[in-house]
Design a protein around this ligand. Structure first.
Ligand SMILES: Nc1ncnc2c1ncn2[C@@H]1O[C@H](COP(=O)(O)OP(=O)(O)OP(=O)(O)O)[C@@H](O)[C@H]1O
Ligand SMILES: [Mg+2]
Length: 219
């Protein structure tokens, strides 16, 4: 085959692949389908400086800044090494009725992610067992411990639209639980998520004012 033709053919194929991409101005950007600013360096930096150091941190930026897209890019990279549980509070208003409904809702969401990530059935079954009516959040905490100690791979939690119900006491209790387990893990007395990434518009560190006395968010 003439060399010139090969180059021409390659150009046509590349052009066709290129043309399938579109500019996207609504919602999540996907690298294979949309023209995107290359954020590889930023993603790698977040992973090496925060996730791998076991940090619990927030990504708080204005609307339409690229938070959801950043979480998706992190997910794609992190899932090669970790179990990544990516949930969103975007459509979870009904979870915030009571601690019981919150625990059941979030456990259901996480169950789906565990299945997607190939977590063994026995562990998923244990995860899916009903929570105590009396102490649903405590039970949720125990499930996190069981999952993170038995899963074989470290577990990362990402929560998008985390501040959607920021003024709700249930949300603050959830943050309190994450914080308590994070601190216990640091002192070797618990197993929990290696890293937690919370994305939202507001800086949830400011929410500490709303927390019950003695409960301060450090994430
Ligand atoms: N890497 C990127 N390159 C080009 N455009 C991008 C990129 N990331 C995001 N965008 C643009 O920003 C828009 C919003 O992205 P995204 O939904 O990730 O933001 P967001 O901060 O989660 O928004 P919201 O606060 O409304 O949830 C996308 O539809 C796209 O137009
Ligand atoms: Mg978003």
């Amino acid at each position: 085959m003439p060399f010139g033709f090969i180059i021409f053919y390659k150009d046509v194929v590349e052009e066709a692949a290129h043309m399938r991409k579109k500019f996207n101005v609504t919602g999540l950007c996907i690298p294979d389908r949309h023209y995107m600013v290359d954020t590889t360096d930023m993603i790698d930096q977040i992973i090496s400086e925060y996730v791998e150091q076991g940090e619990y941190f927030t990504i708080n930026r204005a609307r339409q800044f690229g938070k959801t897209t950043t979480l998706e890019l992190l997910y794609q990279k992190l899932k090669r090494k970790y179990i990544v549980i990516d949930i969103s509070f975007e459509a979870a208003d009904e979870y915030f009725q009571s601690l019981g409904s919150f625990a059941r809702g979030i456990i259901m969401d996480i169950s789906e992610r565990l299945e997607d990530q190939g977590v063994p059935e026995a562990l998923r079954k244990e995860w899916g067992e009903p929570v105590s009516e009396e102490f649903p959040l405590r039970d949720f905490g125990k499930k996190i411990t069981a999952l993170c100690s038995k899963s074989g791979r470290e577990v990362i939690l990402t929560v998008d639209e985390v501040d959607k119900n920021a003024d709700n006491q249930i949300f603050l209790s959830f943050l309190g639980l994450l914080r308590e387990k994070y601190l216990k893990q640091k002192s070797g007395r618990d197993h929990t998520f290696k890293s937690v990434i919370l994305a939202g518009v507001y800086d949830i560190k400011n929410l500490k004012l709303k927390l019950k006395p003695g409960c301060i968010i450090i994430i």
